[in-house]
Design a protein around this ligand. Sequence first.
Ligand code: ZN
Length: 491
Amino acid sequence: METKLSLYNTLTRRKEIFEPLNEGRVGMYVCGPTVYGDPHLGHARPSITFDLMFRYLKALGYKVRYVRNITDVGHLEHDADDGEDKIAKKARLEELEPMEVAHYYTERYHKAMEQLNVLSPSIEPHASGHIMEQIDFVQRIFDAGYAYESNGSVYFDVEKYNEVYNYGKLSGRNLDDIVANTRDLDGQSDKRHSYDFALWKKAAPEHIMRWKSPWSDGFPGWHMECSAMSCKYLGEQFDIHGGGMDLMFPHHECEIALATAALGKDSARYWVHNNMITIDGQKMGKAYGNFITMEQLFNGEHPKLEQPYSPMTIRFFVLQAHYRSTLDFSNAALQAAEKGFDRLMKGMETLGKLKASATSSVEIADLEKRCSEAMNDDLNSPMVISALFDYVRIINQIAEGQQTISEADLAELKRVFDLYVYEILGLRNEKQEGVAGGSDMLGKVVDMILAVRQDAKANKDWATSDKIRNELTAIGIRVKDRKDGVDWEIE
Ligand code: ZN
């Protein structure tokens, strides 16, 4: 396969030419959501970044197995008061099965992903459905000598591991830094060291999510689920492991340690991390009053939002920045993204209506070259968008009669635009979709009405011609008379 895709590998801290372990196939694992609450703005960036990667790898011709997990045991979110898991607590208070709560939020997450046009992964394993695999993985680490049991819980022995391997190689931390930054929390006193982490936790009596294990009735530690499930579906070694930068430490560092302790080698070859979204320069969080859910973004109902933003505006906003650079969310930035996205979609509509000439006065081969070079350079989507905008200008010039394009070039230009705008960037024209019947049906109807208007004009029936134009304008369809015909767009 001809490809020169390079990716920035967090593990080696440099861009590397991507070479899959098995020719023509790619295994990628991305840490998915914890389903104890509504999908929010923080989910948008990793999901869109790795969707872009998934789409591009497929466009390059790879057979991709993309695994994105669902964390439905909620180990992360212990209530500060009593150490009880949040899903379990909500379930207990509302007399729900924990899986009922997890299912509700999983559905909402899926809906948001669909609105953002994020493709479904190849496999979406649930942590709760892979308890056996996780127990097995804990046992392997235990057998290898890197775990110890304490009061029915099992902990990873970081110090022992660090004597043989390098704990902290992904995040660039060493044990001294980690000790300095770790607080000893209440109820974790059965650990030998503050930096040790749980592989299996004994459940307190009130804890309703629990499973049997050789050590106690309890539940697996969070880091364990990704190690066990990536190993099950992608093998002991696989190509790409992705996630947000906030997961690099401790989660991904721990995953590397778990796989290395159990299997004696690194699991993933390329570690890829997207940068975070800030809001007006601040971290997003409930404590800052800037926690915005996906639903609020789309309906505008949050004090921070001046207006609703459509899913494609959000997607375009995320893609306009390189995934490793910072991205600050503000109304001004979102409004600019909305305008930019609109300009791109109008360019696509105009492209669809261009008339070919005998010869081309424009050079179009450069577009695909620029787009593919940008994507191959560590998925540089902003450079792709900038190339597309340069060609939107050319498209408008052709429409205005200042340039010409041959039939072959026009077909090629449409192919490249469709490939990059729809397939790879994963954008879609929401305004046309918003009309019943979809874009094709609407387009045909408007073209038919405009053909009637052209006949009226030819018969010098100006009253009918104006009436059609005015009524189309009234429902949001702007008619533009051009030198050699008529054009229209949805406002
Ligand atoms: Zn994970």
